[in-house]
Design a protein around this ligand. Structure first.
Ligand SMILES: *Cc1c(COP(=O)(O)O)cnc(C)c1O
Length: 466
């Protein structure tokens, strides 16, 4: 194994290659097998399978281990017995339960593991890194619970800078807190680095005069516009100005982007999406490098009761075991679909106007995505001219399910503006696709027939089929 400092670029080349390739590409060939994100000395494909196998019952990997369950045990208990002289470190399930630990450890390593160095032979922690240790993750009852805990780190009177296209729950929460006079929100085009830096400078100056703290909230790629931020530049500038930074890494997942590596203070996730991966639970997580921040988040979680139950944690841990292969498959499908659909858009045969996907050369931040992301993910935006044509496409889909949410094994499609909370800079006819792991030809054929139907083309006319 050789050192691959340019791993992101290398895998990028593979995604970009799809654009030039004919349809000869194997639909499910992984796009990211060249990605070297070592986690605890292993490739992520290995790490997500092996992590957190230990636990209260022992370590099945320990030499000579026998009779140890291969899976971490799940406790269905709200409380724990104690001896008056020793409570065993456990108290009550809202404060913490052993069932959370394997998943928290796994997510912490996934997001923070790159603080260690891949030597080519194995994991090497520098002295400084060893002192930092791996930043632990905290599970929350939902992605929004994690986001709310992070936003509430800002004291009353604080300022938050956030993308104009943020997750709509984050956006609504910030608006509500702003309406209550608790904070001031500054919205930016997160892909416009210069504009964000100007806002950072202006807000930092203003806040300094008020002795108020500032938080930069970043999402990249953004939902649903797929804008890609220059995270290293923005996070460095924020740090220089003493601005606290948080990144919602739900779309990219830690297998494609690790914001802590670029200096982010906090990373949040909707575990509901790619991490759990089966659209069968709601959960969130926050990872913070700084122990004090972490403690404040943990306290918020306890006092607000924003905790996940053991069954959800069991399911999420089971789901994350297949994260690497699911993401490879979904991303390969997305890369292929993006190319095919862009060709269809160019043909003018259907109402499809344009396709947004960071892996397409036509994407405004295509180059940046190549430098920063170890793969372009599985979300695509389709641009239809209006509500009627977008809804006609959704009504005609048979393989894709019209539904909100994303990151599951099944492919979902949604006209995003159906949510009142979406800003009007998101076009009315935009359909967000969450590409799943079905066969790419079935996904493609279904979209083509739906787009043709929406365009008024009879699907049974042989002259009209491809
Ligand atoms: C879904 C989502 C959230 C919210 O997570 P929940 O688990 O639904 O509370 C936050 N950010 C992004 C980017 C999301 O897609």
């Amino acid at each position: 194994m050789t050192v691959r400092s340019g791993a992101a670029r290398e895998s990028w080349t593979r995604v970009a290659d799809v654009e030039n390739a004919s349809n000869s590409q194997q639909p499910h060939s992984p796009t990211s097998d060249a990605v070297e994100h070592p986690v605890a000395g292993h490739h992520p494909h290995t790490y997500v399978v092996s992590a957190g196998r230990g636990g209260p019952e022992g370590d099945p990997h320990a030499p000579g281990a026998s009779g140890v369950p291969v899976n971490a045990p799940v406790d269905f208990s709200s409380t724990y017995s104690y001896r008056p002289d020793d409570d065993g470190g456990r108290l009550y399930a809202r404060e913490g339960m052993p069932t959370w630990e394997p998943l928290e450890e796994l997510l912490a390593h996934l997001e923070g593991g790159t603080r260690s160095t891949w030597s080519g032979e194995g994991f090497v922690a520098t002295e400084q890194q060893a002192a930092l240790q791996v930043p632990p993750a905290l599970l929350f009852g939902s992605g929004m619970a994690a986001i709310a805990a992070v936003v509430h780190l800002l004291p009353i009177g604080g300022h938050i800078i956030l993308p104009r296209h943020s997750y709509n729950g984050t956006s609504a929460l910030v608006d509500e807190l702003a309406a209550e006079g608790r904070l001031t929100a500054h919205r930016v085009d997160i892909a416009d680095t210069e504009a964000v830096q100007t806002t950072l400078a202006d807000v930092a100056t203003l806040a300094q005069a008020q002795e108020a703290p500032v938080m930069l909230w970043a999402e990249s790629p953004t939902n649903p516009m797929l804008e890609v931020a220059d995270l290293p530049a923005l996070l460095a500038e924020a740090r220089r100005r003493g601005v606290l930074t948080a990144v919602d890494n739900t779309f990219a997942t830690p297998l494609r982007q690790r914001p802590l590596q670029h200096g982010a203070d906090i990373v949040v996730h909707s575990v509901t999406k790619f991490l759990a991966g089966h659209s069968d639970l709601v959960m969130g997580a926050a990872v913070a490098a700084d122990p004090q921040l972490r403690e404040r988040l943990r306290r918020h979680r306890s006092l607000h009761g924003a905790v996940p139950g053991p069954m959800e944690v069991f399911l999420a841990l089971r789901g994350v075991r297949t994260l690497a292969v699911r993401l490879d498959a979904a991303e390969a499908n997305a890369a292929e679909l993006a190319v095919r659909l862009e060709q269809l858009a160019a043909s003018g045969e259907t109402p499809l106007q344009t396709v947004s996907y960071p892996g397409l050369a036509s994407h405004p931040q295509h180059e940046r995505a190549g430098e920063q992301l170890a793969g372009c993910g599985a979300i695509i935006a389709l641009h239809l001219p209006d509500v009627a044509s977008a809804d006609a496409v959704l009504s005609a889909l048979r393989v894709w399910t019209p539904a909100t949410s994303l990151g599951g094994v099944e492919s979902l499609a949604e006209r995003r503006r159906r949510h009142g909370g979406e800003p009007d800079t998101v076009p009315e006819g935009l359909i967000r696709l969450s590409v799943g792991i079905e066969h790419v030809d079935d996904l493609h054929a279904d979209l083509v027939q739906a787009l043709r139907l929406a365009g008024g083309v009879r699907p049974d006319n042989p002259a009209e089929t491809r």
